[in-house]
Write a protein that binds this ligand. Structure first.
Ligand SMILES: [Zn+2]
Ligand SMILES: [Zn+2]
Length: 234
C-alpha cells in the first residue's frame, strides 16, 4: 500500500490553510496513495474529520499525532482506531502546557469538518510546545492506547532525536523510524551498531505542510507489516 503517515492539517499552526481534511484526502487519492495519517502537533482533535473525509475519498487512514516530548524530540503516535487516538488526546490534555496561541505569530489552529470543510472549532492553546512528558513516558502512553511509536525525521530538523539527544537509546521501545532515503538509514545503522536493518521498521513520509508536498506513490508498506503493527483492521 502506498502511504504517507506524516501530514499536517490546518490544525497545526505551521501548516497552510489549504490543509483541510477533504483537500488532504482528495490530494492523497490524486497522488495514488492508499494509506495516510494526519499527524498534527500535539493534537488529535482533527482526527474525527480526517476519518470522515478519508472514508468519503475511499482512502485508508491511520489516526495520530506528532508529539513533542520534554526533550523536544518529535515522535509520531499512530493508531488503527479513532477511539484509541482520542484516548491519547485525553492524556495530551493533561500534559500540554496551557499557553495561548498567538495566531499572528504562529498561525491559526483550526478544526474543520463536513463536505465543505466548515470551521467547527479553534484550538486556543499553542500546539508548538513540549509536552510535560519524557520521551519514554510518551512512548509508553502511545502503547497504552494501542498505538505505535515512530521516531519522526530521525536525522533532520531541530526536533529530531539525533539533534536533541545525539543518539537513539537502545532501551527505547519504538516501533519505527522515519528516514528520507537509504543514505539516512545507513547513517543511523552506522551510529547504532546494536541495530539490525531488518529488525527495524523504516518509513518515508512527507511531513507535508502544503498539499503539493504530500508523498507521491513511491513508498509502500507490505500488508503483512501493516497487519503486524496495526492489526487486521484493513
Ligand atoms: Zn516534526
Ligand atoms: Zn511534522
Amino acid at each position: 500500500m502506498f502511504y504517507d503517515l506524516h501530514i499536517h492539517s490546518c490544525l497545526s499552526p505551521c501548516a497552510e490553510d489549504e490543509m483541510t481534511p477533504n483537500n488532504i484526502c482528495n490530494m492523497a487519492v490524486l497522488k495514488g496513495l492508499e494509506l495516510i495519517a494526519v499527524t498534527d502537533h500535539n493534537s488529535c482533535m482533527q482526527q474525527p474529520s480526517i476519518s470522515e473525509a478519508a472514508d468519503k475519498a475511499g482512502l485508508k487512514a491511520l489516526f495520530g499525532a506528532e508529539l513533542q516530548t520534554s526533550e523536544e524530540v518529535h515522535i509520531l503516535g499512530l493508531f488503527a482506531k479513532l477511539e484509541d487516538c482520542m484516548m491519547l488526546q485525553k492524556w495530551i490534555d493533561t500534559v500540554l502546557p496551557v499557553i495561548p496561541n498567538d495566531t499572528g505569530y504562529f498561525g491559526k489552529e483550526e478544526i474543520r469538518s463536513g463536505a465543505d470543510d466548515e470551521l467547527i472549532g479553534i484550538e486556543n492553546r499553542l500546539l508548538l510546545v513540549s509536552l510535560q512528558a519524557s520521551l519514554e513516558e510518551t512512548v509508553d502512553k502511545i502503547h497504552e492506547c494501542n498505538g505505535r511509536a515512530v521516531l519522526a525525521h530521525v536525522l533532520d530538523r531541530e526536533n529530531s532525536i539525533i539533534n536533541q539527544l545525539g543518539f537513539i537509546p537502545q532501551n527505547l521501545n519504538i516501533d519505527g523510524l522515519e528516514v528520507k532515503n537509504d543514505e539516512q538509514k545507513k547513517e543511523i545503522l552506522q551510529m547504532h551498531p546494536w541495530m539490525n536493518e531488518k529488525d527495524e521498521n523504516w518509513f518515508t513520509d512527507s511531513d507535508a505542510h502544503r498539499l503539493i508536498d504530500i508523498n507521491e506513490a513511491q513508498h509502500s508498506i507490505e500488508i503483512s507489516l501493516y497487519q503486524e503493527l496495526w492489526g487486521n483492521a484493513l
